[in-house]
Write a protein that binds this ligand. Sequence first.
Ligand code: BG6
Length: 509
Amino acid sequence: MTANGKKSKAEPAPPTTLFLFGAHGDLVKRLLMPALYNLSRDGLLGNGLRIVGVDHNAISDADFAKKLEDFIRTEAASKVKGKGNADNALDPQLWAQLANGISYVEGDFLDDGTYADIAKKITDSGTGNAVFYLATAPRFFGEVVQRLGSAGLLTETDDHFRRVVIEKPFGSDLATAEALNACLLKVMSEKQIYRIDHYLGKETVQNILISRFSNVLFEAFWNNHYIDHVQITAAETVGVETRGNFFEKTGTLRDMVPNHLFQLLAMVAMEPPAAFGADAVRGEKAKVIGAVRPWSAADARANSVRGQYAAGEIGGKQVPGYREEANVAPDSSTETFVALKVMIDNWRWVGVPFYLRTGKRMSIRDTEIVICFKPAPYAQFRDTEVSELKPTFLKIQIQPNEGMWFDLLAKRPGPTLDMANIELGFAYEDFFEMQPSTGYETLIYDCMTGDQTLFQRADNIENGWRAVQPFLDAWKEDDGIQAYKAGEDGPAAADALLARDGRAWHSLG
Ligand code: BG6
């Protein structure tokens, strides 16, 4: 997508110095560096990219580059675009070219000296363009940005840009998100801020808008006259892995809902933007998330389920319960699963529930959106063998097995009028070559080319937190956590949430 109109084909990003704060962290090794390599293989970086790691450990430029190379070769080979097989995925020549521009600044994020070294790197780079990517713990976001501002590093001129990329979690509730936005906006303008939600880097997520707004048939049924309800699920089989410390304070609601799940909800529910530009798209998203009904405390409790995984079996293997994981309290009441019912009070969606669920250690990895249609009127079939019209749906599969499938009714061949559910589908792999990617390629490229469409504006983030705040508040009084066995799709109460409305979750897979 482009900020202001047409780009017939992607051109290399302008020369830029990219500062990676938190250079020794997982994000840089696992995702950002492989993504930069893929961009370079696609010819989208030109020759003018310099990558500067910033962190407190001492390491030479050459050792830092070597460490990244070794990691990609051993741990992240499946994420980089190769010449056909993983063994030669990292092209030595191409990597050498990228590595040539890699250097390192050793420094404490809270020390002014670090910023003097950063300023020098920019002066020496031959371009004033700089992107500061904060792949750090969230407590540093405000601190780093304030220091970048005080050091004069965020001042733009007609000749160069200065941009800041902020990872999630952006705040831990509405008040902290508002405070962080205020802190950022003191030292730079909204146009310089790129708040990442990696779900927006996924092709299948971007495609929701493109399919909805380029095929006239979707608009005809995309409203409360024809849609009964919508289900959005992000199921994972992994547990908290090594992130017990982080997860204990965060929990699944904060980790997944105001960001990833609300991005999916916004893509499904937003009105058509006037253009595929950053202002128009983000304006429509802010409107629809702003129209989510703020539940009272009692309604928030009644319309939410919190679960925590107990020991169980995943893929034939026994796995421990959440409370037995490293850095997790033995009596923890942090949720690893949530199911929610939300209502959008606007003309298109009034009366259509959106059921959201996400969790760790569920039966399979599956992120999907199911648009469930109202049944057709039955009267015409009264005198036939058809005893009921089963509900039909459209499933948008975000990952894995990316694609879209309509579940429709058709006549079963034979002399009687009998019906069966059939599938009308599109699998990405049948139409497009699926290249290895991290999902960060488009986001990094868009940031370097100044396209904010796929990044969160301040109001998008705040509206997301505003919509989940009633759940956070209600749970403070009564956390109502319910156990589910690893390998199950949440506690029984998640099924009851829909059964109460005469509905059921679509089976995963
Ligand atoms: C991250 C969360 O933002 O998204 C993780 O912090 C979660 O807990 C991950 O596992 C899921 O991302 P994906 O792309 O695997 O669906």
